[in-house]
Design a protein around this ligand. Sequence first.
Ligand code: ADP
Ligand code: MG
Length: 475
Amino acid sequence: MSKTAQSVWDNCLKFIKDNIQPQAYKTWFEPIVAVKLTDKALSIQVPSKFFYEWLEEHYVKILKVALTKELGEHAKLVYIIKMENTYGNKQPFTEKIPSSNRTAVKSQDVDIPLNNKSPELRNPFVIPGIRNVKVESQLNPNYSFDNFLEGDSNRLARSAGLAVASKPGGTSFNPLLIFGGVGLGKTHLAHAIGVDIKDKYPEKTVLYISAEKFTQQYIDAVKKNNRNDFIHFYQIIDVLIIDDVQFLSGKTGTQDVFFHIFNHLHQNGKQVVLTSDKAPVDMQDIEQRLLSRFKWGLSAELQTPDFETRVSILKNKLYRDGVEMPEEIVEYVAKNIKSNVRELEGAIISLIAQSSFNKKEITLDLARIIVEKFVKNTKREVSIDYIQKVVSDYFQMDIDTLQSKTRKRHIVQARQLAMFFAKKFTKASLASIGSQIGKRDHATVLHACKTVDNLSSTDKQFRKYVEDITKKLSV
Ligand code: ADP
Ligand code: MG
């Protein structure tokens, strides 16, 4: 039977799989595609230059052994790097790396160029020119576990955070993904984990960073041709905390680099903590392979706190600020501001401020006025997800149906209504509305808005739909 690239590679894989960690195998060997076999050379395609460097640095020996077993001692391995997708260019193209860079798995001992890269570690937090390898944690010491009050709404996330903090990288909560709506304490908890780890393990390198800043640093690194330094910097972190990962959606380049950093850290037993405003299943425009990584550890939700928890959060805040306030006022505020902790704190701060500026006593009446203002001003912005849910509930269909490609009239109408309300009630662009409601383009959304306008002025039944849904969205 004659050998093919596939059969040779399959045999190599069998051998490699038996000899390395399953996680490493999954990360570094499963993505490889065997492309060509000529005489004694096997060509394999790898997803990026980074990937190739990594194989060279860590797995060249085992590759050599495996391939020699298959093709004899003159075996050669050729890498083909599938270039990363660039924005606007969906068609990936392949490129052969210059022959001088090809690895010859020929002589008995291949000289592995270890430690020849990145002689100086560039730290993206540091202004160029100033050498500083020490990593500042960027943690806010005011956010601790002590002042993160426990309640039913956050018990799982809080205890998982504590577990991670006492054994970073040593629990199955890796990554720990904390998700929930705005103002529910994601950032606070993320810092608390980092602060606690720094406290218990001062020698560990902990880094807190928002996904937004991470993206910016990455863009800068690419501009300055420092992509590898960027990666290396992040690979030396022991505990990496990335806040608001939903920000990475649609940013394929940053997702790609994060994927590699994540794999490296995870594989080396380092801890990753992530926060997001939604659960992995609901994340849009995040690559599947990254989403599947997010689900490896634990996803813990922060929910809106119940009344008792709201009261204790308020009391704790007042206590820390050294302010006294009658019980009934605290309860009044906690009863009326329910959506999130940030608003709760905001209301109590304005209450304190009002009373001290105007030298007024804090009374229930003053509390009423302020809470009322607060609830009005911070009327929550509805999300596109929520709009789709309300519209599909109203028409008794599920969201998948609403988003489907079907041309059935009542489904098309429901979809158009969802687009119309998304335009009316959110600040999202037409393109973004389209991509979230069944992956349509901006022209489709524009057309939907016009159709709904027209129909509401000509069709009585349709006008009723619009009114009903408006009411549902306004409560
Ligand atoms: P998110 O990142 O989810 O939008 P934050 O972490 O910024 O929310 O929290 C908003 C505010 O609410 C912060 O001041 C935080 O300290 C406070 N907070 C949230 N949850 C709690 C809690 N369980 N106990 C005490 N304060 C909390
Ligand atoms: Mg936050």
